[in-house]
Design a protein around this ligand. Structure first.
Ligand code: K7E
Ligand code: CUA
Length: 679
């Protein structure tokens, strides 16, 4: 912590100024009826002075942007957008030769997805800061982001599925992350009348092995009745070994679901005993089943992503594995299913329900033992509601969606329709407090609030609609997050900040869990990219038929080589550029005139490859796109493209570069005067 005396003085001053401003300029400021807070007070709690760090890292799903954004809490400052399922021209992700393969699927290269849920890796049910998982909703996939580099490292496609929404929730040891089909479809896919839904459509629940980097794979799938599987969460503590999924459309409607899938009084939470699944598979009860899927992985020593197509999975049918699946009746079209830190309570968010139903794990186990079944559906026992329900939160508000926990015996539920967060007590089911949010909150997030040990100080409301919260930006505004203080009895609104895409879920952990491990740069000695260039004189140009490979380095403030000739119309050129800087956050960039792709950023110590097919003869400049030094504008070069009949010899000016280098101004390097000559 930095000079706290000065800090508090500054905070006090700004607090006063801000509250003055708020009253002077924003007469329409909304006040929180139950937890009224002066703007100045809120300002002191969210103000992180220049040069100081936030207390928490927050990872927000990018929704239809397909990405993840990283924010600091409590300030709401945006640190980074991590590209995952969508191409990202800012860095070249999904465009450059190194990462293109990350977006490969059985449908070809899919440069976009809709990502919904971030999930932190866990050790003994507590977020451990190793990895962040996120699902692709449209083309079902699960990605793993490495939290040393804050980069997507691995993506696995989910076969025999359509719409991977209930995903990628993790078991307490991160052995598995899961994905359940939102949309039921014929499995395997086949051409049938849509009307034959009830007969032909099925759902699947997929367990993906997730705790071995580079080896994510489908462990097994469970064939389920043709409902919509919405969300899931693993049990923990006593309920470890179970996984819970909400379903809706148990009516099995195939049209106008808003009416036809809202008929039944109750849908189900599917309780899956995955330890039992493992046992049944070990006993040979799994069936070999078809299904193609793609696994993409960035090799950490080369930095290059490769794709591998896999065929076939182990499919478990509930009828073949006793005790695998039970249904807990749950009112009414439930959305979220959240397990409290103790692992005893299973809280459902019945979108259309007038209560928040809470099931008891202990009662569930007893009801199973006592065979308290109300019926069976497709061979799956449906437990009696009264035999499993622990309690109902009465009059919570309208449209309960998701619940998180503070670790102090309280639960917080987002109310989509009544636009509020409702705090209630586990065990007594009594509503303790409510706070309006602006507007239409979807998910909510407490750091670690879905784990065994929540850090229950803040709550983030992820709002779908902002309306009048910000200056207007045309017909489409941003979505919004709101930070709420939950450290006291009453919730207090602290901060609004706009978000990228549509954040569904988020995860957050104390900064201390990630900050010490954050990688500063790739060591050149550890860069095993086959096209790495580790020193100025090692670059060059080579031809193989119509393919030309250029190996070059980037260092403040030049590329070497920087004059390239002998490239012919009809060639395909690969620029392999290595940033040989060995210093934190000294990035360069590379872009070539007329290329039909994006530029790339070059993090220190890393190699990136850009493919370019010149379309006409002439001279093409290339340059550094990242303002890296006082002579950044000088960081440029030329490529000459000639007609083949000109027979221009292939050349790259290695020696000339070495001369320039000797006469270079030392000031340009300053204190980071690392040079490229080391080998
Ligand atoms: Cu938006 Cu979890 Cu996809 Cu609820 S989901 S809001
Ligand atoms: Cu290198 Cu700008």
């Amino acid at each position: 912590m930095k000079s706290s005396v000065k800090l508090y003085a500054a905070i006090g001053y700004i607090g006063v100024t801000l509250s003055g401003l708020a009253y002077a300029c924003a007469p329409s400021v909304k006040t929180n009826a139950s937890g009224g807070l002066l703007a100045g007070d809120a300002a002191t709690r969210t103000y992180v002075p220049p040069g100081s760090y936030d207390e928490y890292y927050a990872f927000l799903s990018g929704g239809f942007s397909g990405q993840v954004t990283v924010y600091g809490l409590p300030s709401g400052r945006l640190f980074k957008e991590i590209p995952v399922f969508s191409q990202f021209p800012q860095t070249g992700y999904g465009y450059n030769e190194d990462t293109k393969a990350m977006l490969t699927t059985t449908f070809g290269q899919v440069p976009w997805d809709d990502s919904h849920h971030t999930e932190m890796s866990l050790t003994d049910g507590v977020p451990d800061g190793r990895w962040l998982f996120i699902n692709g909703n449209n083309t079902p996939r699960i990605a793993r982001i490495d939290l040393k580099k804050f980069e997507t490292e691995e993506i696995i496609q989910i076969p025999n599925a359509a719409g991977g929404h209930a995903s990628p929730f993790a078991t307490p040891d991160t052995k598995y992350v899961v994905s359940a089909t939102r949309f039921s479809v014929p499995i395997p896919q086949t051409d049938v009348p849509i009307e034959s839904y009830k007969k032909n459509f099925k759902g699947t629940i997929t367990f993906v092995r997730a705790d071995q980097p580079g080896k994510m794979d489908v462990a097994f799938q469970i064939m389920m009745p043709g409902y919509d599987y919405d969300l899931g969460h693993a049990g923990k503590g006593p309920s470890d070994g179970w996984f819970f999924f909400t379903t809706y459309n148990s009516e099995q409607a195939n049209t106008k679901l808003e009416v036809n899938a809202s008929q039944a009084d109750k849908d189900y939470i599917a309780a899956i005993n995955y330890k039992q699944a493992e046992k049944c598979i070990a006993d040979g009860k799994g069936k070999k089943f078809g299904g193609n899927y793609v696994h993409n992985y960035v090799n950490q020593s080369t930095g290059i992503a490769t794709s591998e197509t896999k065929t076939g999975v182990t499919m478990l049918f509930p009828a073949d594995c006793d005790g695998l699946v039970y249904y807990l009746p749950t009112p009414k079209s439930p959305h979220g299913v959240d397990i409290d830190p103790s692992g005893e309570y299973i809280v459902a968010g019945g979108k259309l329900a007038t209560v928040i139903p809470v099931h008891s794990y202990t009662k569930m186990i007893k009801a199973i033992a006592d065979k308290q079944f109300e019926k069976t559906v497709d061979g799956i026992p449906v437990l009696r509601y009264q035999a499993v329900v622990a309690g109902e939160v009465q009059k919570p508000g309208l449209g309960p969606l998701h619940t998180e926990f503070d670790g102090k015996g309280n639960a917080y539920t987002s109310m989509f329709i009544s636009s509020e967060i409702v705090k209630w007590k586990l065990g007594t089911w009594q509503v303790l407090d409510r706070i309006p949010v602006y507007y239409s909150v979807g998910h909510l997030m407490i750091p670690g609030g879905d784990s065994k040990k929540p850090w229950g100080k803040y709550l983030l409301a992820l709002d779908k609609i902002t309306k009048d919260r910000y200056l207007p930006t045309g017909p489409e505004g941003s979505r919004s997050a709101q930070l709420i203080d939950i450290s006291g009895d009453k919730m207090k609104m602290l901060l609004d900040f706009p978000t990228m895409g549509e954040p569904h879920y988020a995860q957050a952990v104390p900064a201390s869990l990630l900050q010490p491990n954050s990688l500063k740069f790739q060591k050149l000695a550890d860069n095993h990219n086959p096209n790495v260039t580790t020193a100025e004189a090692a670059g060059g140009i080579t031809r193989k038929g119509k393919r030309v490979d250029v190996k070059m380095i980037a260092i403040r403030s030049h590329f070497a080589p920087d004059n390239l000739e002998g490239i012919e119309l009809g060639d395909t050129v690969y620029f392999h550029v290595t940033n040989i800087e060995q210093d934190w956050n000294i990035a360069h960039g590379f872009a070539v005139f007329g290329a039909n792709t994006s530029g790339v950023t070059l993090p220190p110590g890393e190699t990136r490859t850009v493919r370019w097919v010149p379309q006409a003869t002439g001279i093409y400049p290339f340059y550094c796109t990242d303002f890296c030094s006082a002579l950044h504008q000088e960081m440029q070069g030329y490529v000459r493209v000639s007609a083949p009949e000109m027979h221009v010899p292939l050349s790259a000016n290695i020696s000339k570069v070495a001369q320039t280098q000797n006469g270079r101004m030392p000031a340009e390097h300053g204190e980071h005067g690392e040079r490229g000559e080391r080998r």
